[in-house]
Design a protein around this ligand. Structure first.
Ligand code: F6R
Length: 611
């Protein structure tokens, strides 16, 4: 959620840190700060608000001042967990001897704070991170590596942490448990970050720390140990996307860029995974033998937010085509509900970031219960990808906008490939499999056709800008699309949008319908359409304006709605993707016309690493 950057090497540290913070701003952004190693001690600057507020403070220092000459420092963008977003609560937190930045949550911070207060420490902030900083100080006797190791042994909770000491110039000590830390390996320099997007400008060689790793870094020298054991060896791997992939590329917002990237992103997801001849998919990363695929008795899909919505499509398609029992579960509930799981279950954890705390906890619970556990993840080397050890990477490229777009459509494309794999091993014929392969391969083209309607969708969106609440309704495969459409709209436009199964409308929500409450109705050709048209009539009868997402050329549907967006004709499991793209563009244009900060909606963070 928060972002960490650190630098030690032979260049000025401040530009590297600030650039890294800007890259990480999408993760969380209510305050920012940095600590810089200078000949007279550690200099800390912090500001409430965006990174641009911090750069204003830095500009007040003369260009040739020690802060701008320093070649080592740590920096942070914060997403508040303990204490409101104020300058005092911003990181780094420091004593007279050390400074520290932290992602995660120190669960036993209250008892540690009491102990430190008894030793005479005073606290300036309300954060758990300051407790960690002063705990490290209390262990410090000239060796920061030892001090952090000892402090972390007392800590319960999660951390990705970077710290430095006044008396150890150029040295950074970093550690992780539950919150990622990646080391960018350069020539005589190392860039530390919580996310590879902050290091890609400098190097593509990355070392991902494992849980309980602690490292001492000075320039290009990296010494990694385990908090529990001795020296450990971690290989560097190459980041497989370019710096350009993380730039806006001429688009006004990352979200719009990522919406338009979807034809290519989906192509990358399905590349090399389709077997047109045998009418099946090839998902070697799942590491399942044909026998194991046949033996699996249930697919359990877990995820949060957008990934959960995608999971619902996977559930429907797996039951529909493979006849295999499938369930989708909120990852946040999974381990508390004590689910019935056994070795014949395949648990599929869906996560764009691969770092979502609730999804990771579900992965651990399913592993504990003996299930086969696989990840469906975008970020290579992320914790869920590594802990599951088997799965399918999305290859969607970096998703920077907080609102997830291309990850959703690539997740759905992958889930269709998973359903196809199970279907062909069960009841689907080769002919039906070939048709399914063609449908998956047609997805990039279908998305392109919707993107070509961007201008028309913007015009439709202009008619919905003034509303403060909206319903989305759909049935079958289109119900998760309604869920995802409402989620996109509420998170970026702040319009109160709720999704219901179209049949549920009559069981309560219809009481809210009037002319101030428009309805977005997913009424594509296919099973359930006529019933949804009936629901549209009920909405219109209550004076609600209706926007129909309809099949191209469906005159009957057109005549029932006030506005419409047409989607190319295809079967509904495939239509999920173009229909969602239409709603992504609709939400984008509504939010843009309302003047919302689209890439960084209030209160949200890209990667939710706390429960
Ligand atoms: C919504 C959104 C979130 C994420 C959710 C899970 O646009 O982005 O709902 O989908 O926080 O994140 P991942 O997929 O990274 O586990």
């Amino acid at each position: 959620m928060c972002g960490i950057v650190g630098y030690t090497g032979n260049k000025a540290a401040v530009p590297v840190l600030v650039n890294g913070l800007k890259r990480l701003e999408y993760r969380g952004y209510d305050s920012a700060g940095l600590a810089i190693d200078t000949p007279t001690g550690i200099l800390v600057e912090k500001a409430k608000g965006k990174v641009s507020e911090l750069t204003k403070l830095l500009a007040e220092h003369q260009e040739d001042s020690p802060i701008h000459k320093s070649q080592a420092g740590i920096a942070h963008t914060r997403w508040a967990t303990h204490g409101p977003p104020t300058t005092e609560n911003a990181h780094p937190h420091a004593s007279s001897r050390i400074a520290l930045v932290h992602n995660g949550i120190i669960e036993n911070y209250k008892s540690l704070k009491g102990k430190l207060e008894a030793q005479g420490y005073n606290f300036l902030s309300q954060t758990d991170t300051e407790v960690l900083a002063l705990l490290v100080d209390s262990h410090y006797d000239g060796d920061l590596f030892q001090a952090l190791s000892s402090a972390l042994k007392e800590v319960e909770g999660t951390f990705g942490v970077a710290c430095m000491a006044k008396d150890e110039p150029g040295v950074l000590i970093v550690a992780r448990r539950g919150s990622p830390i990646v080391l960018g390996v350069g020539e005589n320099e190392t860039i530390v970050a919580s996310d590879a997007s902050a290091i890609i400008k400098h190097t593509r060689q990355a070392i991902y720390l494992d849980d309980n790793d602690i490292a001492k870094i000075k320039g290009g020298d990296i010494d990694i140990r385990s908090l529990d054991a001795g020296v450990v060896s971690r290989e560097a791997s190459e980041i497989d996307w370019s710096p350009d992939a993380a730039e806006k590329g001429g688009y006004e917002h990352y979200m719009l860029k990522e919406i338009f990237e979807q034809p290519d992103a989906i192509k990358n997801t399905i590349r090399g995974r389709m077997d047109a001849e045998r009418g099946t998919s090839m998902l070697g990363g799942l590491g399942l033998t044909p026998r194991e695929i046949v033996d699996i008795q249930r697919l359990v899909i877990v995820g949060c937010g957008t990934s959960l919505n995608a999971g619902m499509v996977g559930e429907f398609a797996t039951e529909d085509f493979a006849g295999l029992a499938a369930e989708v579960e909120q990852a946040a509930e999974f381990r508390y509900r004590n689910p019935i799981i056994n070795s014949k279950d395949l648990v599929l954890a869906i996560s764009q970031s691969g770092e979502t705390a609730d999804t990771l906890a579900a992965v651990r619970e399913a592993t504990e219960k003996g299930a086969l556990v696989a990840g469906l993840v975008n970020v290579v080397g992320s914790t869920i990808a590594r802990e599951t050890g088997r799965g399918v990477y999305l290859h969607a490229g970096p998703e920077i906008s907080v609102a997830s777009t291309k990850a959703f459509t690539c997740q759905v494309a992958t889930l269709l490939m998973v359903a196809l794999k199970f279907a062909r091993s069960r009841r689907m014929s080769v002919e039906q499999g070939r048709r399914f392969v063609q449908e998956i391969e047609s997805l990039p083209g279908l998305v392109k056709q919707v993107l070509a309607k961007d201008k028309q969708i913007a015009e439709v969106a202009a008619r919905y800008v003034q509303y403060e609440r909206m319903f989305f309704i759909g049935r079958g495969y289109l119900y998760p699309v309604a869920m995802e459409g409402a989620l996109k709209l509420k998170e970026i436009s702040y319009i109160h949008a709720e999704a219901y199964h179209a049949a549920e409308l009559k069981h309560g929500p219809i009481a809210l319908l009037e002319d101030t409450m428009p309805v977005v109705a997913l009424a594509l050709e296919g099973p359930g359409k006529e019933k949804t048209i009936g629901n549209i009539k009920e909405c219109s009868a209550r004076n609600a304006r209706v926007l129909g997402i309809i099949t191209e050329g469906d005159e009957e549907a057109k005549s029932e709605v006030d506005d419409y967006i047409e989607i190319p004709a295809c079967r509904l499991h495939a239509a999920v993707i173009p229909a969602t793209v239409a709603l992504q563009l609709f939400s984008y244009h509504v939010a843009r016309l309302r003047g919302c900060p689209i890439d960084q909606p209030r209160n949200l963070a890209k990667s939710v690493t706390v429960e």
